[in-house]
Unconditional design. Structure first.
Length: 198
């Protein structure tokens, strides 16, 4: 046996087959990362998380529609316009619409504009114009009627407020319907993908 002075263990001399001991001659496996063990690719997961699905777009539209319908009923009662719950729901609607417009602006229209299809490009430009108009209307409304920081509605003239909100709600619901019936089908046609919108 050969001994190493710095260690208390004596290692067998493998030059002689009689000294072979499988206990000391098991090759060490290189450590495997969890990603390798699971067959998981971190890069692919990050890319998938950053992608936008039609289910996500539809979920956004569903929430906006629900908020719009609820507020449409609440705001028919002048007293409820001063309710904190009503104001909170209204501010939430404003945020959801803004977020949805921002996502469609950043991730959808460019794909349609570079599709090479003149009809699709024209439709994309129309949707972009509609998006700008909705954002303009919401900005003007918030400036006049809604304090986003305090989560409070400022209804000084109820008749005017009711008229403007009804028009705004109709505009939002029409936009959502147009997205579902026209925008998303065009995007599926361009991408040839039924799951991911971007």
């Amino acid at each position: 046996m050969q001994c190493i002075e710095s260690d208390f263990r004596c290692w067998p001399d493998y030059s002689c087959s009689e000294n072979w001991n499988p206990e000391y001659h098991q090759p060490e496996e290189s450590p495997r990362l969890p990603a390798q063990c699971a067959g998981w690719d971190a890069k692919e997961e990050v890319e998938e998380r950053s992608m936008l699905t039609y289910d996500e777009l539809n979920a956004q539209n569903d929430e906006i529609t629900e908020l719009t319908n609820v507020l449409n009923l609440l705001l028919t009662d002048r007293l409820l316009c001063d309710s904190h719950v009503t104001a909170e729901l209204f501010c939430r609607l404003v945020e959801r619409v803004r977020d949805h417009m921002e996502i469609t602006d950043k991730k959808i229209y460019t794909q349609l504009l570079v599709s090479g299809n003149e009809h699709i490009s024209t439709m994309a430009n129309r949707f972009m114009g509609g998006s700008k108009e909705i954002k303009r209307i919401f900005s003007e409304f918030v400036r006049q009627w809604c304090d986003m920081k305090k989560q409070q509605l400022m209804v000084t003239d109820y008749e005017e407020f009711a008229s403007i909100t009804n028009e705004m709600f109709d505009l939002v619901l029409d936009r959502i319907q147009d997205e579902v019936e026209h925008l998303y089908p065009m995007l599926r046609q361009v991408r040839e993908d039924e799951k991911y919108a971007a």
